[in-house]
Every structure is written in C-alpha cells, then in structure tokens.
Design a protein around this ligand. Structure first.
Ligand code: F6P
Length: 326
C-alpha cells in the first residue's frame, strides 16, 4: 500500500545532461499528480536547491517534453553543495520549501549529493541519467541509447567520405572513464579497431595490425573508435601517421552525443524510472537508486551503489574483438 504522508516532492537534474531526462521529469511530475502530491522542479541541479530556484511542475507543465532532448530544468555541477555549508543551505531549503522527498536524476556526483541530503533527513531517490552508462548498480542509464545512435549516425556519414578518399578516420567518443559507448558504437559502425580504457592498448596489435588486416581483406579505409578515457584521438592520429605514413582524419564527436530527441528505449526507460522513483518515495523508502536489471525495475542503496563499478561487459568486448580481427 502506498503511504500518502508525502505532500510535496522535488525533482532535479544534475551533472551532464542526457537525452531522456525530460521523460523522467515528466514521469515524476505526472506520477506525483496522480497521487495528489505537488511536484516542484528544482532548476540548475543542487544550485537551485541552495538558492530556492524552483518552479511548480503540474501535469500540464510537462506536456510535450517526452520528445525533447536536454533537460527543461537545466543542469549544473555544484561544488558548493559538496561543502558542509552548501549542504546545510540545501537541507534548510528543503525544509523551507516543504519538500518531503527528492528525486535526483544524474550520475555519480548527483547521487553523492542525494546521499548527503538523505543523511540530513531528506528522503531521496536517485535516477541514473548519463550517456556514459557507467552506474554500477544498474544495467542501463538514461541517455545511453540515444548517444549511441547519434554517434552511429555521425560515423556512418564519416564512413562515406573516408571510403571515397580511401582514408583512415579516428573518432573520439565520450564515456568519461568507461568504454561502454565506444564498444557499442564500434560494433554498430563496423569499426576497424575499438580502444577502451578498461583494456590496455597495445598500439601495434590493437591498431596497426587491424588496419593492415582490413587492407589485406580488401577494405580501402579504416575507422578507429577511441573512447575519450583512453587519451586524445589526435595523439592516436599522429601515431598512425608516424607508423604507416597514412594521414588520418581525426573527429572528436564531443557534446553532439549528449543532444537530440531521445530514442524509444530512452523515453520508455526514463518513464519507467520516473514512475518507480515516486512510488518508492511513497512507500516510505529513501536513499535508493532506481535500477533496471535484466529488463526489470528494482532499486539499490545509494551508498553501496556509489562503491560499485560497472565493468565492461566481457561478452560485448569479445564480440568487438571478434569483429575487428580480420
Ligand atoms: O558524463 C557525461 C559526459 O558527457 C562525459 O562523457 C564527458 O566526459 C563529460 O560528461 C563532459 O562534461 P562537460 O559537459 O562538463 O564537458
């Protein structure tokens, strides 16, 4: 049975934005409304909490945002919130605004903020939103699928021109310290080589030999995917030039990967997570991260979640290796 003691909740997005965050905000606001609870949107992440920068989010205020990338609440990283004084301002703000529970959408940094608030008596629920897909307790984070598809669409275009000029393309994708995005994208575009931070890079074997093999097997161009956590794609490009004499073209996809209308997977997952987050608060539970594992919704203790690392899926990496070996 749902406990209706909660009268007002807050929702914020913090850290790097991710496509699908708006769908999660909408789901939070609509679920709250369905239970007769008021929902406040907190702008610019924890900055907004400190400054009391809020807007009411009724069902009408979130109409039509399920299709939109970015976040209508804006986002920010807030170093002040990491200080005791900043945190205290946030806690006071929750009391002043009458926020009985908070849904915080973002990555690790967002969850650290949520954990600190929970320790001060503010019930919090984290919702994983990051294109890096690097949150340890969940198999999926909002935004990953859209980012993969955006990167794939760009690299497919690059392939056309690389093919025409018989060139090598070195493409840097985001992911921070994780290679999930690089592996997915690399497999999907039919990359010649995929470099990820989780695996040591042996340049001769992992790049040059793969380029040679591609050439021997009749391919006139190469696409090398570099996860940003490995290092700079420009350095890889210079090394390829030194060792092969081929002059590669380097593309850093950058923030384009964080934009765009969310895919069906991101819209649906974000919606499920938003609903689940509010229901968890209403059950009187706090300090949890909403997760999806093997397609099913569940939740995990935030503190423990922060100690968990999301390893590269070995079977996925083996697929990448198999497909880049000839
Ligand atoms: O965490 C998401 C992410 O896009 C990373 O992939 C990237 O390293 C980082 O954020 C970029 O952050 P910023 O928007 O501050 O440049």
């Amino acid at each position: 049975m749902l406990d209706k003691k909660i009268a007002r909740i807050g929702v914020l997005t913090s850290g790097g934005d991710a496509p699908g965050m708006n769908a999660a905000i909408r789901a939070v606001a609509r679920t709250a409304a369905a239970h007769g609870i008021q929902c406040l949107g907190i702008r610019r992440g924890y900055n907004g909490l400190i400054n009391g920068d809020v807007t009411e989010l009724g069902p009408q205020n979130v109409a039509g945002i399920v299709t939109r990338g970015g976040t209508i609440l804006y986002t920010a990283r807030c170093p002040e919130f990491m200080t005791e004084a900043g945190l205290q301002k946030g806690v006071d703000s929750c009391r002043y605004l009458g926020i009985d529970g908070l849904v915080a959408i973002g990555g690790d940094g967002t969850f650290r903020g949520a954990l600190a608030l929970a320790a001060h008596g503010v019930p919090t629920i984290g919702v994983p939103g990051t294109i890096d897909n690097d949150i340890g307790c969940t198999h999926y984070s909002i935004g990953f699928d859209t980012a993969c598809n955006t990167a794939i669409a760009c690299i497919d275009k690059l392939r056309d021109t690389m093919q025409s000029h018989e060139r090598c393309s070195v493409v840097e994708v985001m992911g921070r310290n994780a290679g999930h995005l690089a592996v997915y994208v690399g497999i999907a575009v039919g990359a010649t080589a995929i470099l990820v931070p989780e695996k040591e890079v042996e340049f001769e074997t992992d790049v040059i030999e793969k380029m040679r093999s591609a050439r021997i097997h009749g391919r006139n161009h190469s696409i090398i995917i570099v996860a940003e956590g490995v290092g700079r794609a420009t350095d890889i490009g210079h090394r390829i030039l030194e060792e092969t004499g081929m002059d590669p073209r380097v593309t850093i996809l950058g923030h384009i990967q964080r934009g765009g209308s969310p895919t069906a997977r991101d819209r649906v997952t974000a919606s499920r997570m938003g609903v689940y987050a509010v229901e968890t608060l209403l059950e009187g539970r706090s300090n949890r991260v909403v997760c999806i594992r093997n397609g099913e919704m569940c939740d995990h203790d935030i503190e423990e979640a922060l100690t968990m690392k999301r390893d590269l899926q070995e079977s996925m990496y083996r697929t990448a290796l198999a497909l880049t070996s000839v």
